[in-house]
Structures are given as structure tokens and as C-alpha cells.
Ligand binder design. Structure first.
Ligand code: LUB
Length: 217
């Protein structure tokens, strides 16, 4: 019996550190899942949904396909998780900006500035954006795009209107739709033409014109 147990432990020990062996199973599974998502996001961002396979993900992660399937039912399951991770970034970002306790318009500007940096720098945001652009090619229901941002910016704009910082001849929700449409188009064109390398400059242009147009009449 001792011999039967020993090779299993020895084999496991050869492929895992002591810390990993002692890590609670749930934490190890969560860490592995996040690891898979990160590399799957790289592939979705680089080559899109259709050209990415579970085999590609397994190879990029350095795991077997079976190990990936342990964490995700199929490629659609991974795509949904990447898009969900994309959207989970935004409430976290808003909480950080609100903690700065800026005035309403400054809060809106800081949030949009940080979003622009996230689209330029964060692979999960880039991958979530590309998957949403390819949503008609993906045979599963992805989270609804754009509406969260319209709903998130509307109260910020309403607060800025109440503070006399933003025009009141248009509803806050309409102004939020204009901001989301402008931001989406800006980051999309930057992505298609320059892989978002010029996103900071393109955002600065949109910011100047669109935020200027928000001024009280
Ligand atoms: C944003 C994208 C890319 C909207 O909210 C979304 O769904 C978005 C991905 O679908 O840009 C602009 C903030």
C-alpha cells in the first residue's frame, strides 16, 4: 500500500511546488481558471473567436485539452467568461474613481480617461471587445453590450447637470448614449487602424470635442 501511495505523491511532487500542494483545492482551481482565461483572451484578441480552438488555448496555457475542459465546458464557455471578465472591470474602475471624491464632471472625465487606458493596455478588455464585435459569429448568448455603460454614465451625467457642469437641454441618458457611441467608435477605429497604439491621442481628440459639447448652453 505504501508503495502505491508513494509514486502518486512523488509524481505529484515532481510537477507541483510544496505551496501548490498545500493550496486549498478551490483556490488552485480558481487560479488555474484565471490562468486559462488570460491566455484564451490573448488568443481571442489576436486571432478572433472562430480561428481559436480549445487546442490553441491548451497549447498557449501549457496544459492538456482535458485539463482545460475540466474548467470550461467548451470554447463558448470560455468566450462568455472572457466577456464577463471584460464587464467586471468597469464597476471596479468606477469604485476607484468615486473614491477620489472628485466633482461630478471630473469623476466622469477621470473614469473615461481610465477606460481609454484599459482599452489600450488590458488584454481581457481588448478580447471582450473583439468577441462582442464578433457576437453574430458566436453561437451562444453573450452579455448585452453597451447598455451597462449607458446605464453607468447616465447618473454621473445627471449629477453633473445638477451641479451646473453639464447642459440640461438634453436628458442625461441621451448624453450617455452620445458618450458611449463616441468612445466605442474611437476605440474601434484605433484598434482596426493601429491596434489601439494611438488610442490615447484619439481619445484626447474625442474628449476635447465631445466633453466640450457637454458644456451648459
Ligand atoms: C464599450 C465594448 C467596447 C462601449 O460597453 C461595451 O460593450 C463596449 C464591447 O462591446 O466599448 C463604449 C464604452
Amino acid at each position: 500500500m505504501k508503495n502505491t501511495v508513494q509514486p502518486i505523491i512523488a509524481t505529484t511532487a515532481r510537477t507541483a511546488t510544496t505551496e501548490q500542494l498545500l493550496e486549498p483545492k478551490q483556490e488552485r482551481a480558481a487560479r488555474t481558471r484565471a490562468h486559462i482565461l488570460k491566455f484564451a483572451a490573448e488568443l481571442f484578441s489576436e486571432q478572433g473567436y472562430q480561428r481559436t480552438s480549445i487546442a490553441d488555448v491548451a497549447k498557449r496555457v501549457g496544459m492538456t485539452k482535458g485539463a482545460v475542459y475540466f474548467h470550461f465546458k467548451d470554447k463558448d464557455d470560455i468566450a462568455i467568461a472572457v466577456v464577463e471578465a471584460h464587464y467586471q472591470r468597469w464597476p471596479m474602475l468606477l469604485d476607484k474613481v468615486k473614491a477620489l471624491e472628485l466633482d461630478p464632471l471630473a469623476t466622469l472625465c477621470e473614469l473615461l480617461d481610465r477606460m481609454a487606458r484599459a482599452f489600450r493596455d488590458e488584454i481581457v478588455v481588448q478580447a471582450g471587445s473583439r468577441l462582442q464585435a464578433e457576437r453574430s459569429l458566436i453561437n451562444t448568448s453573450l452579455p448585452q453590450p453597451y447598455q451597462d455603460w449607458i446605464d453607468r454614465l447616465t447618473p454621473l451625467l445627471a449629477e453633473a447637470q445638477e451641479a451646473g457642469q453639464v447642459r440640461t437641454d438634453m436628458k442625461a441618458e441621451a448624453l450617455a448614449r452620445v458618450l458611449v457611441s463616441s468612445f466605442f467608435g474611437m476605440q474601434h477605429i484605433s484598434d482596426i487602424l493601429h491596434g489601439r497604439a494611438d488610442l490615447a491621442e484619439r481619445w484626447a481628440e474625442v474628449r476635447t470635442v465631445v466633453l466640450g459639447a457637454l458644456s451648459p448652453r
